[in-house]
Design a protein around this ligand. Sequence first.
Ligand SMILES: [Zn+2]
Ligand SMILES: [Zn+2]
Length: 73
Amino acid sequence: MCQQIAEGTRWTRCGHFQRHLVVAIVDCNTMRCRESSCARNFGPEIQKDIDAVDEYCFACRAAQAKAEGRPLR
Ligand SMILES: [Zn+2]
Ligand SMILES: [Zn+2]
């Protein structure tokens, strides 16, 4: 399976990865890949942390605010 290499921010409190951009596609170079539409079915994304923030990501913060019934700041 081909894989995408993505660069982004790692939110260290929840461990989520916020992708900024896909920098490259790693071709798996198998016969099956060339014959099939493997290129449209990427394997696990390779995540490159170019930045790390000691916080929860936006999605987690929104979910926490919703769970606690308070508006998101
Ligand atoms: Zn492939
Ligand atoms: Zn998160």
